[in-house]
Design a binder for this molecule. Structure first.
Ligand code: ADP
Ligand code: MG
Length: 192
């Protein structure tokens, strides 16, 4: 089952964890904009230097940088038939950009999966992840700002995909295995 999908949901919903599991099951690459930015920051690349000031405070990186990066990544051979995007699109303008990228390649999106999670649960998860992973943007003020950015800029995207009949909502609560099974069932039903 080769699928082109985006994974939506608030910070801390478990997108990264589930994205790699789904990608493996579906044999498609998981493309995480956050992971790519972090790798560039760690590697000290020019892109990393440009985006660091935004990721550090939990603001969105300017669209022109993010869009160019995603466009390049989706042009690579392994993403030709299918991919799972985690962390993109993150605002309505990026939805339009992704539409353009996919239309130019004649391969429209199959499904947008929203992993839902209660705001109190996600803050708790992010704070405990901060202690384990030490991610620079997992401090409480930055988490709060990321949740605000999500509510204002990213949450409205779900409606756009819902209006197109592409949205599937899956409950992100429960064990990692349970959520993966729930996602696989929902995807199978939608893609059938
Ligand atoms: N599509 C995007 N547009 C703009 N900025 C992005 C995008 N994806 C990631 N970023 C930047 O990278 C940071 C970390 O992203 P990510 O790891 O996806 O966070 P989360 O924990 O919310 O899933 C974001 O706070 C933002 O600064
Ligand atoms: Mg993430």
């Amino acid at each position: 089952m080769s699928a082109r999908l985006v994974l939506l949901g608030p910070p801390g919903a478990g997108k990264g964890t589930q994205a790699s599991r789904l990608a493996e099951r579906l044999a498609i690459p998981a493309i995480s904009t956050g992971d790519i930015f972090r790798a560039n920051i760690t590697g000290g690349t020019e892109l990393g230097r440009k985006v660091q000031e935004y990721t550090a405070v939990g603001a969105l990186v300017p669209d022109e940088l993010t869009n160019a990066m995603v466009r390049d990544r989706l042009a690579q051979a392994d993403a030709r038939d299918g991919f799972l995007l985690d962390g993109y699109p993150r605002n309505v303008a990026q939805v339009g950009e992704l539409d353009d990228i996919l239309a130019a390649a004649g391969r429209p999106l199959d499904v947008a999966v929203e992993l839902t999670a209660d705001p109190e649960v996600v803050v708790e998860r992010l704070l405990s992840r901060a202690q384990i992973e030490g991610r620079a943007d997992d401090t409480e003020p930055v988490i709060r700002h990321r949740l605000e950015v999500y509510a204002l800029q990213t949450a409205p995207i779900s409606q756009v995909y819902e209006d197109r009949g592409l949205l599937v909502r899956v409950d992100g609560l429960g064990s990692v295995d349970d959520v993966t099974e729930r996602l696989m069932l929902a995807l199978a039903a939608h893609l059938a």
